[in-house]
Design a binder for this molecule. Structure first.
Ligand code: PLP
Length: 394
């Protein structure tokens, strides 16, 4: 036996009569139980205890409880990304032969999952316009089991008929799944308004700093929750403790970030609307929004931080805009603490034909802005300079 010191047996955590104020980061994948009886109790739910990281860990549970409080539910589950949350919901709740009716302007990867990936498991989908509940109803088939809806469409910011869709789901016994990423619980309290399952990409506004990918699922029905949980654990969709810990840190300021970004968005929407280089602006909080009344009914005083606009002019105008504003991140995401611009024609909607994009109103001059928390004077200066540069090319 070597007389080298044993470093493998972990050194005990130092004692302290004072307690840390922040949540500890616990990266342990495995947990040691006192004996097999105790492990039995854990697995049978007679005692609370962690076993193996993929099956759950404290940093995920702390974060899930915080988001639960925002949605007004309990028992939410964290996943490694927003798409993992969509995956766990679809594969957990549906099986071969089941059919989904979904909004036709979902997040791009969700659209792809429903149209190209789920069919491999015998799950099919029909897409319909969620601003029109009769279109959603018409798409229901005898084997329809679930509706997947986003309250605000991406990138055109149209408002789904959430009240009509909620009634329809109730009447027809369908599971209503709402991806509440864009609206957040402050914009649209999806769970309180009747969704059976609420999904978030926590990557976006909730975590808020573009440094983690995480998702969240909240299911009302305990059996549905169990099915989704088992799918997360079996398919390995579990989040990393570090990401959860980072997102918890971000979430402490969600309230302030949301209010600040929204106030900036209102101001920016008005600024953009008044500029000659701009053909149209879409902001649910403006009276010229096509669904303004519904926006007021659904979002109340919280039209959110997302603004879209169409420059007069095509790709040349779009290039001039981004080149004149290098301080504003031109990046295909949303919800960062700083303002980001995305250009759907070259990114999220590049797979569509120009005609397909035109039908949605997405021209080469179309930008979607995720307004951040900069001082508004700075944003006004930079965006005005960029719009002036567009106007200068005529
Ligand atoms: C980003 C996003 C997702 C996917 O989330 P990831 O964390 O990127 O996997 C799903 N739905 C919506 C509405 C999103 O914006």
């Amino acid at each position: 036996m070597s007389d080298r010191p044993n470093l493998v047996r972990r050194t005990p955590w130092p004692e302290s009569v004072s307690r840390a104020v922040t949540t500890p980061l616990q990266p342990s994948v495995v947990y040691s139980s006192p004996d097999p009886d105790a492990l039995d109790d854990q697995y049978e739910g007679r005692a609370q205890g962690y076993t193996y990281g993929r099956e759950g860990h404290p940093n995920a549970d702390v974060l899930a409880q915080m988001i639960d409080r925002l949605e007004g539910g309990q028992g939410g589950l964290m996943t490694g990304s927003g798409m993992a949350a969509v995956t766990a919901t679809m594969l957990g709740l549906l099986g071969q032969g089941d059919h989904i009716v979904a909004g036709d302007q979902l997040y791009g990867r969700s659209l792809r999952m429903l149209s190209r990936d789920l069919p491999k498991w015998g799950i099919t989908a029909t897409f319909a316009d969620p601003t029109d509940v009769t279109a959603i109803e018409a798409a229901i088939a005898p084997n329809t089991k679930l509706l997947l809806i986003e309250a605000v469409s991406n990138p055109t910011l149209r408002l789904a008929d959430m009240d009509g869709i909620e009634r329809l789901a109730r009447d027809r016994g369908l599971i209503l799944v709402v991806d509440n990423t864009f609206t957040t619980p402050y914009g649209f309290p999806a769970y309180a308004r009747g969704a059976d399952v609420v999904i978030h990409s926590v990557t976006k506004l909730l975590a808020g700093h573009s440094d983690v990918t995480l998702g969240y699922v909240l299911a009302r029905d305990p059996d549905a929750r169990t099915a989704i949980y088992d799918t997360i654990v079996t398919l390995g969709l579990t989040p990393s403790p570090y990401d959860c810990w980072m997102a918890e840190r971000g979430l402490y300021t969600f309230d302030m970030r949301f209010e600040r970004a929204q106030a900036n968005a209102r101001a920016l929407a008005d600024l953009v609307a008044g500029h000659d280089a701009v053909e149209a602006v879409l902001y649910p909080g403006r009276s010229d929004h096509p669904d303004h009344n519904r926006a007021q009914a659904l979002l109340g005083e919280a039209p959110g931080n997302m603004v879209s606009f169409r420059l007069a002019g095509g790709r040349e105008a779009a290039n001039a805009f981004t080149r004149a504003a290098p301080q504003l991140a031109f990046a295909p995401t949303l919800g960062d603490v700083g303002t980001t611009f995305s250009h759907p024609a070259s990114s999220s909607h590049r797979g569509l034909t120009p005609e397909g994009r035109a039908a949605l109103g997405i021209t080469e001059g179309f930008f979607r802005v995720s307004v951040g928390c900069e001082p508004i004077a700075l944003l006004t200066r930079d965006v005005t300079a960029a719009l002036d540069a567009v106007a200068a090319i005529g």
